[in-house]
Design a protein around this ligand. Structure first.
Ligand code: NAD
Length: 490
């Protein structure tokens, strides 16, 4: 780590030309870790030009040679795994176990992208008419960029970059300005694998840097993950500038609990899904909807599970939940809890004004459970993004599905039940992109797309796997005739 976060452009570390800088803060201690550039427009230009120059050579490098760098990257990431996890915990606040888990999920994408020589193949049909053949070839798009959020600083860039470069593109990563150190450490690893300069770059910054990416004529595609309002802006601006764009956005995830669910397992898994990473996962459960008489028993078990969680600094042994990302987030989340209570919810567990021994300056909110938040509350359609779980009860499964389907977000939902028919009905009818059955956090593996519907996603192709191949390649169709009369005998 350096005091001033540097960019990685054209295979070298580069000081940013930014005139504005912001502190990177450890959310558990409030200690300043580094300073990050904010307006990196000129840095984007330098990175895009270097990437374009690299692309012209890289696109002709055989896919089988390109993936050799991914094998090296995978090994180098394993060698630096623990250090990367520590940096991630220090700047993001999540526990070391969660940091390790997210890095593992990221590395899985490197592994899957090693299959590009198979995955990137096109199609061919002989004799579409007599003597005429048709071929579909996949070719890389050019220079592409990934704009990523604070909550998974290691994994989310890896949803994109292994596929982008394996397909023959050059990629620029723009990490969240709140957590730039994981990517700085990651690029130290990249620096050791001998990739041709310019194939992979990292440019830091905030909105102005994003705008420079969205407007840069050499950048042909943008992958974005973040909140829904910013996703809408990125989607519209990238499209207006003629770029392909995919935006994974915010969430409000529900879990449905039927009376026949295993309550002990369910409350444990829902507690992890609601409070793990302090509720700052896009797959975090925000609302638990119990059906029929599941409510009473689940409510008690849930409060017990939530109360038992050990909150503290993610680097400390045994800690199960860390701080939220900033003081502003803490204030916003505490404000949402207060609003929920004033609108009629009962706080079964109120996590405001948390004080963690030894970390009094940290941005902590303890697990919070709100019971009976009215469906008319604006919070039912607001992403709180903190450790706050609402409990509600309905009498039928259909009602629970209707509640989920009428919510503007559609990232994820889960059902807990021992009934196969109820699970099947849920899976079939629910309008969310990721669905769990007796699973709290239904996070797709790297070899499936990371889905998301409605206000949780803008675009057609999601991150990871085959969707990534489609996003990072253009299809060229060739119709070919070699008239017999031209043939000479050899
Ligand atoms: P964010 O929208 O604030 O920031 C995301 C990125 O956009 C960052 O790189 C940031 O620098 C940039 N940005 C922020 N404001 C901008 C603006 N006004 N103009 C242009 N660029 C801007 O998101 P965040 O708070 O870092 O991350 C949390 C959000 O991400 C949550 O809403 C969460 O649900 C969502 N998320 C979604 C998924 C998914 O797969 N759907 C995954 C992870 C996180």
């Amino acid at each position: 780590m350096s005091d001033r976060v540097r960019n990685y452009i054209n295979g070298k570390w580069a000081d940013s030309k930014s005139t504005e800088w912001q502190d990177v803060v450890n959310p558990a201690t409030n200690e300043i870790l580094a300073s990050v550039p904010l307006n990196g427009g000129r840095d984007v230009d330098a990175a895009a030009k270097a990437a374009q120059a690299a692309f012209l050579e890289w696109r002709d490098t055989p896919p089988g040679d390109r993936i050799q760098y991914l094998f090296k990257l995978k090994q180098a990431l394993e060698d630096n795994f623990e250090d990367l996890a520590r940096v991630l915990t220090m700047e993001n606040g999540k526990t070391l176990a969660d940091a390790r888990g997210e890095l593992r999920r990221g590395i899985e994408n490197v592994e899957v992208a090693c299959g590009i020589p198979t995955m990137m193949q096109g199609q061919m049909l002989e004799n579409i008419a007599r003597g005429i053949d048709e071929i579909m070839i996949r070719q890389p798009v050019g220079v592409v960029a990934a704009i990523t959020p604070f909550n998974f600083p290691g994994m989310i860039p890896l949803w994109f970059l292994p596929y982008a470069i394996a397909c023959g593109n050059a990629m620029i990563v723009k990490p969240s300005e709140r957590v730039p150190l994981t990517m700085e450490r990651f690029f130290q690893v990249v620096d050791t694998i001998g990739l041709p300069p310019g194939v992979l770059s990292c440019v830091n910054g905030g909105k102005e840097t994003v705008d420079a990416i969205l407007e840069h004529p050499l950048i042909k595609g943008v992958s974005f993950v973040g909140s829904t309002p910013v996703a809408r802006y990125v989607y519209a601006t990238a499209a207006a500038n003629g770029k392909r764009v995919q935006c994974q956005a915010g969430a409000k995830n529900h879990v449905v609990i039927l009376p026949d669910a295993d309550l002990e397992m369910t409350s444990r898994m829902v507690a992890d899904a609601a409070f793990g990473c302090s509720g700052q996962r896009c797959l975090a459960v925000s609302v638990a909807v119990t059906v029929g008489d599941a409510h009473e028993k689940f409510r008690e078990a849930m409060v017990e599970s939530a109360r038992a969680l050990r909150v503290g600094y993610g680097l400390d042994e045994g800690v199960q939940m860390g701080p939220v990302i900033t003081k502003q987030s803490q204030d916003r989340i505490e404000g949402a809890i207060a609003r929920g209570i004033s609108q009629g919810a009962t706080a079964l567990l109120d996590g405001r004004n948390a004080s963690i021994s030894g970390y009094e300056a940290g941005s902590f909110v303890n697990p919070t459970v709100l019971d009976g938040l009215p469906w008319s509350s604006d919070l039912t359609t607001t992403e709180i993004f903190g450790p706050v779980l609402s409990l509600n009860n309905v009498s039928e499964l259909d009602q629970a599905i209707e509640i989920i389907n009428s919510n503007p977000f559609g990232n994820a939902s889960s059902i807990f039940t021992s009934s196969g028919i109820a699970a099947r009905q849920f899976r079939n009818k629910v309008n969310t992109g990721n669905v769990g059955v007796n699973i709290g956090v239904a996070a797709p593996m790297a070899y499936f797309p990371f889905s998301g519907w409605k206000d949780s996603f803008l675009g057609v192709l999601h991150g990871q796997s085959w969707d990534a191949i489609d996003f990072y390649t253009d299809k060229k169709v060739v119709v070919e005739r070699w008239p017999a009369e031209w043939s000479r005998s050899f």
